[in-house]
Design a protein around this ligand. Sequence first.
Ligand SMILES: Nc1ncnc2c1ncn2[C@@H]1O[C@H](COP(=O)(O)OP(=O)(O)OP(=O)(O)O)[C@@H](O)[C@H]1O
Ligand SMILES: [Mg+2]
Length: 250
Amino acid sequence: MVNAKGGCGKTTVATNLCAAYAVRGQAVGLVDHDGQGSGAYWIAQRPADAPLVELSGGGRLAPDRIVIDGQPSSSAQAIDELVAMADVILVPVLPSAIDIRAGERFITALMTRPRFRAAPRPIGVIANRVQHNTAAQARLMHFLGCLNVPVAVTLRDSPLYGDAMGSGLGVADLFDVRAARREMTAWRALVDWVEDQLPAHADHPRPLAAGRPSADASRGIPAKARSVLGNERPVAPAHPKSPRPQRLSA
Ligand SMILES: Nc1ncnc2c1ncn2[C@@H]1O[C@H](COP(=O)(O)OP(=O)(O)OP(=O)(O)O)[C@@H](O)[C@H]1O
Ligand SMILES: [Mg+2]
């Protein structure tokens, strides 16, 4: 998750992507690479009964997927490091003129680095904080149409994201919240998009380790989140492509 522009949603997308993978039953690790510790903070806040996301590095699991919350830097060194680490590159972009310009410059800088040209990776733009049917949305979509880079997903501008972040949660955890359920389609689509881009050597999802909390266990919002997000009637998650997490017998 990268973009030289600060505040475009790198940490928000990284943490939500981790939650989306965890809810699917995949072992997922988050690398906090942005120096502000926001990703580590999110993990520290994550309720014990939510599907596990580990801070990558000191974990017990060998994650199926690792999500890197990148730093807001466009230095050549930062880009080269990133290219060396990532199989898929996601660039969140906000719909303001300044953000669009910065996003364009960053993606151009990325794609013209010799390291990247020697071993190109799939890049997807995340159109973030989009309010549908606005001039800003039209501007962003026009820019994205001009760039030869696909839009991996469009995310709404919603207070859910800030609330979920403070509770160590992602939209995918919030089966009980109607507004989150509307947004879950986007997260399923993003996971599917990333999976489609991964190189052939990426493993198939493995079942969770014994004793890890399952999505069933977290179907209700953890108590901590309930206090933040309100309390609505639980609805079962449904994702035809996503097997429920399984427990391994010992
Ligand atoms: N889709 C969204 N809807 C509403 N608010 C959002 C959305 N995405 C991000 N935000 C909010 O925007 C702010 C910045 O997001 P975030 O911290 O994820 O950006 P960042 O790119 O990681 O920033 P930095 O460059 O400082 O690391 C946060 O307050 C976050 O809650
Ligand atoms: Mg950040």
